[in-house]
Design a protein around this ligand. Structure first.
Ligand code: HEM
Ligand code: HEM
Length: 181
């Protein structure tokens, strides 16, 4: 961590913005694809699952890059607000980081336990294990699903808080995260 805090008027660094918005977009895409997989005609279902898994793996890679960057760079100081709101924001961000790890990790564990490989476009990874019985893998799939609902619910709350800062308080919180600023 660098020591001197960056003033509240400063924007997030371009790399932080890129990682924030690209990951937000990919999370929504993975979520929608996950929810609609059963609606795909059978000829497309395999491709839909593989795309879902590839987006999820890409999210894990981006999360590692994001956490490495974040540990070495401090974000701009939050806009002055009550200590309670500042603590809620910190807790919310920590929850988002945690769920951004737990959701794809459970998906990956489920796929491995089901004896599935990964098709990542440029290369593929063969199955790492024999398929485990459904009774063993079903709970992992359910945790993967419920954790993804929690991630999306927390992200919606987070977006509402950002819009509240922008529209009600009229401060710089949202503008500092917007691209091209
Ligand atoms: C942030 C990333 C992810 C989100 C938001 C997400 C979300 C979801 C959702 C909502 C479902 C539907 C749940 C169900 O019908 O039981 C699902 C299913 C699934 N996910 Fe993920 N997932 C993510 C990452 C991953 C990753 C990294 C993998 C594996 C590499 C993965 C593998 C699967 C598999 C195999 C299924 C079951 C598909 C099927 O057979 O119908 N997911 N995911
Ligand atoms: C899946 C969707 C999203 C996830 C996972 C997510 C995650 C995060 C995380 C972890 C941070 C903390 C960054 C740090 O300082 O380390 C953050 C900051 C921020 N996000 Fe999001 N975000 C999402 C969507 C959104 C949306 C839709 C908006 C706007 C409507 C938004 C606006 C912001 C703003 C303004 C900040 C800076 C907050 C501050 O300076 O205290 N985010 N986001």
């Amino acid at each position: 961590m660098t020591s001197a805090p960056i003033p509240a008027s400063e924007s997030y660094a371009p790399i932080a913005k890129f990682l924030h918005w690209s990951m937000a977009l990919l999370i929504v895409l993975a979520f929608l694809l996950g929810l609609t997989i059963d609606a795909f005609p059978s000829t497309w279902k395999g491709a839909a699952i593989e795309s879902h898994k590839a987006i999820g793996v890409l999210l894990i890679v981006l999360l590692i890059a994001r956490c490495s960057w974040r540990l070495a760079h401090r974000p701009p100081e939050p806009e002055a607000s009550s200590p309670l709101l500042a603590a809620a924001a910190r807790l919310g961000h920590a929850g988002l980081y945690g769920l951004m790890l737990v959701v794809p990790a459970l998906g990956l564990l489920y796929a491995i336990k089901r004896g599935q490989g990964l098709d990542l476009g440029l290369f593929s990874i063969p199955p790492l294990a024999m398929p485990a019985p459904r009774a063993e893998t079903r709970p992992i799939r359910e945790w993967h699903e419920w954790a993804s609902y929690m991630l999306i619910a927390l992200a919606v709350l987070h977006a509402v808080a950002a819009l509240w800062h922008h529209l009600v308080r009229g401060d710089q919180t949202l503008r500092r995260m917007l691209p091209l600023r």
